[in-house]
Design a binder for this molecule. Sequence first.
Ligand SMILES: Cc1cc2nc3c(=O)[nH]c(=O)nc-3n(C[C@H](O)[C@H](O)[C@H](O)COP(=O)(O)O)c2cc1C
Length: 201
Amino acid sequence: MAFVAEREREDGYVHVVLITTGSVASIKAPLIVSELLSYRNVKVEVVATKASTTFFSPHDVRKAGSCVWTDEDEWTKDYKIGDPILHIELRRWADIVLVAPCSANTLSKIANGSCDNLVTSLLRALSPSTPTYIFPAMNTLMYEHPLTNEHLKTIKEVIKYNVVGPIGKNLACGDVGLGAMTEWRDIVQIVVERFKLVKKT
Ligand SMILES: Cc1cc2nc3c(=O)[nH]c(=O)nc-3n(C[C@H](O)[C@H](O)[C@H](O)COP(=O)(O)O)c2cc1C
């Protein structure tokens, strides 16, 4: 059945959209979902780029209690005027959006206003009042590329998203340095503190 925000939102709940992009750190998506859902009155929807689906199984996200939306879900064959449009419904549903991890490619697309997939269409259509957090994750040299700094500057100063990280550690590619995604538990903690979430008993 189509996703319709009005039907899926529930009073008293915090609705979290977790966006994953093509960094190895997407592997943490099922952990982030399951930890968020260990708090009372939280719902999570995962929105994934094609590249990010390499790194985790939708089955594991479903097992954790959420589901994964991709470009295939956006592009239905028999669209009729008035039918729900997925990226609009997801942005209507969201109380908070986490882009964790944010690849160099998606970072660049956000900074330049591109909207050529479900993830970037959702972000481009998002209300400026919806808190949005970007957690960059990339190889150290990608991070140190001069354009990354330009993109981050635009994202912070023009689009006014919150940028958290990256952190320094041994990266999956074998390099050591800045570029790793903020620890997944710290990402969950941002939501917990912002909405004063309470653990389920
Ligand atoms: C195994 C593997 C790991 C990758 N890890 C990263 C990464 O950590 N950060 C990054 O920015 N790109 C990484 N890439 C490259 C991106 O997946 C690629 O740029 C892709 O086009 C990103 O698309 P998306 O932004 O739509 O998800 C990786 C690619 C592969 C094959």
